[in-house]
Ligand binder design. Sequence first.
Ligand code: SF4
Length: 603
Amino acid sequence: MTTYAGKLLRIDLTRSTWHEEEIPATSYRRYISARGLAAKYLYDELRPHTDPLSPDNRLVFSIGVLAGTGLQGFSKWCVTSKSPLTSTIFRSISGGNFGMWMKYAGYDLLIIQGKAPALSYVYVDTEGIRFYTADDLLGLDPDTAQKKLKERHGSRTQSTCIGLAGEKLVRYATISAGKRTAARGGMGTVMGSKNLKAIAINVPVHQSSPFDESTFAELVKGQIHMLKSHPRRENMNTFGTPYITTVVDALGVLPGKNFQEGTIPQVKDISGDVFHELKRAKAGCYHCMTRCGGMRAVAAGPLKDSMIDGPEYESIYAFGPLLGVTDRQFIIDANAACDYYGLDTISTGVSIAFACELFEKEILTATDVDGLDLSWGNKQSVLSLIEEIGKRKGVGRVLGEGVRLAAEEIGRGASSYAMHIKGLELPGYDPRGIKGYGLSMATSNIGGSHMYGRPRAELAGKIDRFAEEGKGESIAQVQKEQAVEDSLIACTFGNSGLDVEKYAQFLTAATGMEEFAEANDLLKIGERIICVERCFNVRDGFGRKDDSLPRRMTSEPMQKAGPSSGQVIENLDTLLDEYYEALGYTREGVPTAEKLRNLGIEE
Ligand code: SF4
């Protein structure tokens, strides 16, 4: 007995065919599941320099081995592909029920390849897989499309789908499941490029059977008991991620006006308390008692008078301080507009902030931006730009390419104001005030993500966050840990009180695999996963030159940043050298032959 489903479903949209494949036990033993397993398949199946928007690209949905077992916070799902935004390997993680339904259907992975001749959706039930045209779903927002699929296939149907932005190939389109989204890296764009509007699944729910049932049952009981009184769980349950806003502001790393500032005087207007007051109902993912989400009412825009699950901290940052705004309701409305079109809130906010700074610097004029006034804090212009990006029209077409490509198209020095790493727009932490975060984002194999390795010790004040030495080892370590967590998938917000040792206990009881017995074994698997992801990128020409930061981070000391004022990253090279050494890579950021042998991935 094991909690693995044991097989994958491969769907070829070009041929409208499907078949099942057994997943070899060695693949599980070496990559666990979810992010790790998907990275391995993507590496093996994509030829170098594959165009991310070509039929040859793969879209790999995956679920963790501990999903649906009763453990809390382990039932999210992951989607992996080559990103149209970064051209690197990419993984995005989401809540909602879709991943569990995939596992209930009997699959640990769902690999989509090819391209349907017209907009389509795929339906999975106990009788097999069917392909349908999606004419009547064309242009629909994800929520409405999912409701239609439920009406058609039954109320127990769970689906994942894209909005208009994905259909139009905006480069940072999302994939939604329920009210949650796999937001980053343009995974919805890849889905749109395959003419795939949705995947719907309607199968019976069943419990998987752990290898050691009695030990596993005790572990589940222990986790639930611990969570009931865990202060972090209580905090997340009450406030959710919005509580982070005031913490980040106090550190002086809350990016304001396109990273020109690091604090905002009116932060209390957008604090966790304020968003708690606006919460109408709790929300959360399958099998999670943390329930960190919150339903809030929308007052304007295409989803006016409905409710969204949000905003999360990153959306507060992206439609608040980053744009010079502290209007709580506006942040909700802007978040809702992104949900409607199926846009990543971080990339959308950063792209608009980029345009606002270009407007401020007179690199763009009103004529260039469809007559809009892009002065900081002009909320109506922001809503107009979200609509233009979602519909890929006017200046929205340029901004929907992401700031890296938009800057190239605009020219005139615009790239100096494009806040991205490897093409991925930056999240809500200014790396100049947390140098380890700068290193983690610079070296991340998916670009500027805050979820590739969080420098917990620096954020907690246990390590000097301004120091530019001695960070390589600790960042390599948190990246390995994150790779393990993402391969389970242990939700970052719901894993209170857990660590790698606990994961080893869970995995051993669930699967009986001795490769998961010790924390160090898991960390080695985490290192292997990072290494495979790096090899994927190296094969396409990535290296040290790409492990970089926006010019502003290395040349402009922070201003209006409280305790972080004056901070700048002076010595990225030292940080990189330490990091590469810690992982056994060359000075060019390439894994050595010895490292590949040591990790057992010479092939
Ligand atoms: S903590 Fe929040 S995001 Fe994580 S699984 Fe629970 S509800 Fe979902």
